[in-house]
Design a protein around this ligand. Structure first.
Ligand SMILES: [Fe+2]
Length: 364
């Protein structure tokens, strides 16, 4: 057995831990805050820091022009430190900006698959990730996912040099997150733990966190959705999301995330909805080809994984993909693109075109 394991060097976790922010930022740093969600959190962060910051609001999932604009804002203000607060979109945008501040160039220079694919060679500008949505685990991953609308694709800038200095995770920040965001972010976390667990890049290190994340999401996602103020559930989901990030950045993902790259770039569908809706179909396809590790996932979830995930998407009221203008005619071209996505190669078995088309058609 051989594996590499990369990790965020410091995780500060716990209720009220946002109040420690000032201690984690260099006193002389000029700070860019990349954020999404509510402005109140931005104000709170500034208040805790005790000094003014420069801000960039990330709207929607980041695309190349967002990252380049955020970098320009940072450079104009002489920023040398980044704080990213919010959902995965803000965290990934902040991660990319921190990398560009020290490496130079623009986002497309470093993007895999569709960009120039240059290597990140210098450590990022120091940055802190403060996730609020308990979903993507982007606080613990070494890639920033960025859309490129003209290329009709989403791809990553990837390097362990992009990991944040600190992941600051305060489950209390989750209580303000709206229900629909809780639902889709939580399904992303669960999906990432499941895909990482069965991935052909998994290791004992990633298995340990992934299976714990599966259990936590199975136990707490419904509760966090049903009552957003249930702090125990928010804490469980914040941990599940963190574990999903640690697992995926080392183990890779699978066919669900393979589909997510082209679908998210070509249709107005949030990432977590793609994940939640496709997950049961991919479990069925993989399992029918003899992937045995789902038996351990069944145990962690306390029942049949496919059935539980399917019931969960219904309980969380995730709409089918047809609600986002994805039609039967789109299936074949999306499968063609999904096969190029970096996640697809980690799926535990190779799924042929007919199977991939069936999976997507069933989720419309
Ligand atoms: Fe994801």
């Amino acid at each position: 057995m051989k594996f590499d394991f990369f990790s965020v060097p410091r995780i500060v976790f716990g209720r009220g831990s946002i109040t420690r922010l000032a201690d984690l930022v260099d006193a002389s740093a000029r700070v860019l805050v990349v954020y999404n969600g509510s402005d109140s959190l931005l104000w709170r962060a500034e208040e805790i820091l005790g000094r003014p910051t420069t801000q960039f609001r990330q709207r929607g999932e980041p695309i190349v022009t967002d990252v380049d604009a955020a970098q320009a804002t940072a450079r104009d203000a002489g920023c040398d430190f980044v704080i990213a607060i919010g959902g995965g979109s803000a965290i990934d945008a902040g991660k990319a900006v921190a990398g560009l501040l020290s490496n130079g160039g623009v986002a497309s220079d470093y993007m895999e698959v569709v960009g120039k694919g240059q290597k990140i060679t210098k450590p990022s500008a120091p940055w802190i990730a403060i996730p609020t949505t308990a979903g993507t685990g982007a606080e613990a991953t070494r890639n920033a996912v960025i859309g490129w609308p003209e290329k009709r694709f989403k791809a990553s800038i990837r390097s362990e040099l992009l990991l944040p200095r600190v992941a600051l995770i305060d489950p209390e920040l989750g209580v303000e997150v709206p229900r629909d965001v809780t639902a889709r972010s939580g399904m992303d976390a669960l999906c990432q733990c499941i895909e990482a667990y069965v991935s052909n890049g998994s290791s004992p290190m990633t298995d340990a966190v992934a299976i714990d994340g599966i259990e936590l999401a199975g136990r707490f996602l419904r509760r966090a959705y049903d009552d957003g103020r249930d702090i125990e559930a928010r804490r469980g989901m914040a941990l599940a999301a963190l574990f999903s990030g640690i697992a995926l950045t080392n183990a890779g993902l699978g066919a669900v995330h393979g589909f997510a790259a082209p679908l998210g770039a070509n249709f107005p569908v949030p990432h977590g909805i793609v994940c939640g809706v496709l997950l049961p179909h991919v479990i069925r396809a993989n399992r029918s080809r003899g992937v045995e590790r789902y038996a351990e996932i069944d145990r962690a979830l306390g029942g049949d994984a496919e059935q539980i995930c399917s019931e969960l998407t219904m309980h969380l009221k995730l709409p089918a993909l047809g609600a986002f203008e994805i039609r039967g005619d789109d299936v074949a071209p999306m499968v063609e693109l999904a096969k190029r996505a970096s996640s697809m190669r980690y799926n535990p078995v190779v799924l042929d075109d007919a199977t991939l088309e069936k999976i997507l058609r069933e989720a419309l």
